[in-house]
Design a protein around this ligand. Structure first.
Ligand SMILES: NC(=O)c1ccc[n+]([C@@H]2O[C@H](COP(=O)([O-])OP(=O)(O)OC[C@H]3O[C@@H](n4cnc5c(N)ncnc54)[C@H](O)[C@@H]3O)[C@@H](O)[C@H]2O)c1
Ligand SMILES: [Zn+2]
Length: 366
């Protein structure tokens, strides 16, 4: 088992990565001195597969766990689901000292985390992420929240988990499309922080696509280390943490304008990252060779890298971007890459360049 520490003073916690971890959830929670009662929040795809194992493991360690199941998919990150979770916790009489276990992908983690941040003015929670995206990204760092009709993640809080348990075994049942979407965040860490990780991914991609557990454990641990390092330096996103949003301004706008239906989050940010790499070449001198390597790695991972848009669709995306949380005083700030492994945040991008970037054509890669 690999352990990555997230150092945030008295809110520090461990991320544990390995196989067979679901069976250890109880023992791990027992070490945190939590109270006896808890609720597992999971979704309709994950609960039938894994909730019993988690519930049994908790029971063995003396915890009484009730299960709250929410619908699967991005539309479940809604006020409606939130209310239904509150109602069920109230019906189960969860108390101020009870805790929440988020068992699922990023949707469950974000929603259950927000429930934990707000119910009875805040309960402790444990993340048990079951998608690749959630294991390398959404379960770490304490951002929790939900979507409004006006846009993604417009309601939220910072609420750090007490522990993150990444069980690699759970990835076996993840549909290939979801798995590839997780690779989009993995590749992002290489671009924003670690040229060696990027090279490693170029070399080891076939092993990762086969979900080789050794290759996966090393890569997931490295991604968590990078995220932990960034979050430690800037927990509440007043600066550096923005680099984690590389490709996300465009990606979020694509998700919003397609009403969360057409693209998975990872697919939308794959397109967003390639578009942002091209903007970076124009504005920060990212070498063309790096742009091509970035585009090729996403393609080899089986992810979309461009989108064809009509003029009205393009306009809708530009409008959506102006509603993004990263907009301040009407100016859109971007994270741009200077080279693979080094990015700069707070870069102002003129809207005419932006219009071109979101309608780009795929490069011809030799
Ligand atoms: N909080 C953050 O810092 C942060 C960071 C990145 C992304 N996010 C959020 O994460 C969400 C996306 O997360 P996601 O990609 O994990 O999506 P998801 O939670 O919707 O999971 C994807 C699909 O896979 C299913 N699934 C999950 N685990 C499975 C398993 N082991 N086997 C079979 N099926 C499984 C789910 O039911 C769902 O249908 C978005 O809402 C995004 O905004 C948050
Ligand atoms: Zn993301």
């Amino acid at each position: 088992m690999r352990i990555v520490k997230v150092s945030l003073g008295n809110r520090s916690y461990d991320i544990k990565i390995g196989t067979g971890l679901l069976a250890r959830v109880g023992r791990e929670c027992a070490r945190l001195a939590l109270s006896r009662r808890c609720a597992i929040i999971s979704d309709r795809n994950v609960a039938p597969r894994y909730a019993k194992a988690v519930q049994d493991a908790l029971a063995e360690a003396g915890f009484a766990a009730t299960l709250v199941t929410i619908p699967a998919g991005e539309t479940a990150k809604s006020l409606r689901t939130l209310e239904s979770c509150y109602d069920q916790l109230a019906a189960q009489r969860l108390e101020r000292k009870s805790f929440i276990v988020a068992l699922g992908g990023g949707v469950v983690g974000d929603l259950a985390g927000f429930v934990a941040a707000t119910y009875l003015r805040g309960l402790p929670f444990v993340q048990v992420p079951t998608t690749l995206l959630a294991q390398v990204d959404s379960s770490v760092g304490g951002k929790v929240g939900l979507n409004l009709k006006a846009g993604k993640n417009l309601v939220g809080a910072f609420h750090q988990p007490r522990l993150v348990l990444c069980d690699l075994d759970t990835l076996a049942s993840l549909p290939m499309r979801e798995y590839r979407a997780g690779l989009a965040e993995v590749i992002k860490y290489g671009i924003i922080y670690d040229a060696r990780l990027f090279e490693h991914l170029e070399r080891d991609l076939p092993k990762l696509l086969r979900r080789d557990p050794r290759a996966l454990a090393a890569v997931i641990a490295r991604c968590c280390e990078i995220k932990a390092d960034v979050v430690r330096q800037d927990e509440t996103e007043s600066g550096l943490r923005a680099i984690l949003n590389f490709g996300h301004t465009i990606g979020h706008a694509l998700e919003t304008t397609s009403h969360y239906g057409k693209y998975l989050h990872g697919e939308a940010i794959a397109i967003g990252q390639v578009a942002t790499a091209k903007l970076s070449a124009q504005l920060l001198g990212l070498p063309q060779n790096d742009v091509q390597r970035i585009e090729r790695l996403f393609q080899d991972a089986g992810l979309p890298t461009h989108v064809k848009l009509s003029a009205p669709q393009r306009q809708k995306i530009l409008t959506a971007m102006s509603l993004d949380k990263k907009v301040s005083d009407g100016v859109i700030k971007f994270v741009l890459a200077r080279r693979i492994g080094a990015v700069e945040f707070g870069q102002l991008v003129p809207t005419d360049l932006l219009a071109g970037a979101i309608n780009h054509q795929p490069s011809t890669i030799q």
